[in-house]
Design a protein around this ligand. Structure first.
Ligand code: GLC
Length: 563
């Protein structure tokens, strides 16, 4: 039974949300520019390609677009190796194209967030070239982290530290010194004790803010500052040290001095520019990044590591809403991004083995990728069903939802990329043990037919599988049961229903069914189990899959109207 909406409550909520800054409960859509749409037909997606899809983005109903790096880059790490922070890669367009994209998105009420990569530059950055051409001990080398080697003739690296992508974290240069790179060899770490480095990033933030950018996503925000006092600890010593803000390399308290300075810059603008931290830190330390004196918001990646399971989801929601209260920020939800196996695929695979902390023992999905997708372990239909249910659960929660391009089409991870065509440095440096992240970065299918499924006339830089045709935008468009239709309806309704950042759990009497209500009465019910759940109401606004009247079938989410 539907009862009359409580108009007073709704009006109050609306007023509150008008006062609240735009980002607190935004739906932010991540575009991976090289794989979104290719306007000039060179096989790489580009800025004019994104602009050509501005109407698509508006129709999707998102509040902001986050652009992964589009800066000049040799693409050693998909653009996260930046050669020039204040320019556009010529293969992707020009600064004028960027301005036109911002204007096109702003005209449709969509904000723009760009990615800032401050831990490292590309080895093609003019600073690094200068450092290599300069003598040990020179000011040019001081912008990076150069050290003498150990062992006879310094032929061994300064320490046994490992890069995040595998192999040593040090690389030797021709004059015998070594430089630190926590990621690929082509990504030398910057020295954040260097004032020139600090000043240059402030310049970069102003450069993009002046061009109308609304916010920033800060790459590996927890690793910038380092204490490299000699003697340097070994890998084992580092691992044994607590991550309490004084660890030499990770999540140091003094990184917030950098962000306090950035915050002053953000607040010079009206409205203040926003930032979200990519900080893989203990959850107790997330509020430091999310506080109003620091970056203002931080990603919560816990759902990326969770199974599709009611207990895990409920704990994660409870914990993160509490953490957000501590920082005064809103929380964030992420089911997929450019670094992880897409969520329909994760939920279609057997549960991963867990370590003592409850984390997947290996990157979930990698076992399946290693088998080249040939083993029939992936439940494609069930995985997508669970993913749609998880998405509607998340879109009903308080806080910001970060969506990744292609999830609105229900895309699975692409496993069938031949090794010879892989691009991700994690594949090359592991070597081959980790298949890497290319499978979620395959260019999007826009049309059922045509060259590269409408991505562009020049083919796609990563091979698209034939099943992409089933998920093409023009196939899903207008089909009532498509994932695209579900995302569009959900995002439109979310705007209408949005209310204060509170949530009340409602007991369902079942451990595998979660139900919560928002302050205006909007309710979300997710059945994580397989047995149907009987509802006491029939006023379903939206369901992640077909739901008979008064029933939430297994692995399904429904939204109920405010009453
Ligand atoms: C972040 C990015 C990832 C990149 C790494 C190094 O984790 O999300 O794609 O490889 O930083 O910049």
């Amino acid at each position: 039974m539907t009862s009359a909406p409580n108009t007073q409550l709704q009006t109050e909520a609306l007023l509150d949300s008008e006062k609240a800054p735009w980002w607190r409960q935004a739906a932010v859509y991540q575009v991976y520019p090289r794989s979104f749409a290719d306007a000039d037909g060179d096989g790489l997606g580009d800025i004019p390609g994104i602009a050509s899809k501005a109407d698509y983005l508006a129709e999707l109903g998102i509040d902001a677009v986050w652009l992964s790096p589009f800066y000049p880059s040799e693409l050693a790490d998909g653009g996260y190796d930046v050669a020039d922070y204040r320019n556009v890669d010529p293969r992707l367009g020009t600064l004028a194209d960027f301005d036109a994209l911002v204007a096109a998105l702003h005209a449709r009420g969509i904000r723009v967030v760009v990615d800032i990569v401050p831990n490292h530059t590309s080895d093609r950055h003019v600073w690094f070239e200068e450092a290599l051409a300069s003598a040990p001990g020179s000011a040019a080398r001081e912008r990076y982290i150069f050290r003498e080697g150990t062992g006879p003739d310094g032929a061994l690296p300064p320490t046994d530290w490992e890069s995040m992508f595998g192999g040593s974290a040090w690389e030797r240069v021709p004059d015998g010194q070594w430089y630190l790179h926590h990621f690929a060899v082509e990504q030398p770490d910057l020295n954040w004790d260097n004032q020139e480095v600090r000043a240059d990033f402030v310049r970069t933030l102003r450069f993009w803010s002046d061009r109308g950018v609304d916010g920033f996503r800060i790459d590996v925000a927890h690793m910038l500052t380092k204490d490299l006092t000699e003697p340097l600890p070994s890998k084992a010593e580092l691992e044994a040290m607590p991550r309490d803000g004084r660890h030499p390399l990770i999540d140091r308290d003094d990184v917030h001095d950098v962000y306090a300075e950035w915050r002053r810059v953000f607040n010079e603008y009206d409205p203040p520019r926003t930032a979200v931290a990519e900080a893989w830190v203990d959850s107790s330390r997330v509020p430091l990044y999310a506080s109003a004196e620091s970056l203002g918001q931080a990603f919560n990646f816990e759902l990326l590591e969770a199974d599709f399971e009611a207990g895990q989801f409920q704990r994660i929601v409870r914990d993160n809403l509490a953490l957000a209260k501590l920082s005064g920020s809103s929380t964030t939800w992420v089911l997929s991004n450019h670094d992880v196996v897409r969520h329909p695929t994760r939920y279609g695979l057997p549960h991963p083995e867990r370590d003592a902390d409850g984390r997947p023992a290996r990157k979930h999905g990698n076992e399946w990728l290693l088998s080249g997708g040939m083993q029939p372990v992936l439940d494609r239909v069930g995985g997508l069903r669970r993913a749609r249910a998880a998405t509607l659960f998340v879109l009903g929660l308080p806080g910001s939802a970060y969506l990744y391009q292609g999830e609105e089409l229900g895309l699975h991870e692409v496993a069938e990329i031949p090794d010879a065509l892989r691009q991700d440095p994690t594949f090359f440096r592991s070597p081959g043990v980790d298949k890497g992240r290319d499978g979620c970065r395959v260019p999007l299918p826009w049309s059922e037919g045509g060259r590269s499924f409408g991505f562009g006339d020049g083919g796609a830089h990563l091979p698209q599988p034939s099943w992409f045709a089933l998920h093409a935008v023009d196939v899903e468009d207008g089909r009532p049961d498509s994932t695209l239709t579900m995302y569009r309806r959900a995002l439109a309704l979310r705007h209408e229903l949005q209310t204060d950042e509170e949530l009340d759990w409602i007991d369902t009497g079942r451990a595998d069914v979660l139900r919560f209500a928002r302050p205006n009465g909007w309710q979300v019910v997710t059945n994580f189990g397989t047995e149907p759940f009987e509802l006491d109401r029939a006023d379903v606004l939206l369901a992640s899959d077909e739901a008979p009247l008064g029933i939430v079938p297994g692995e399904t989410t429904v939204w109920l109207a405010p009453n």
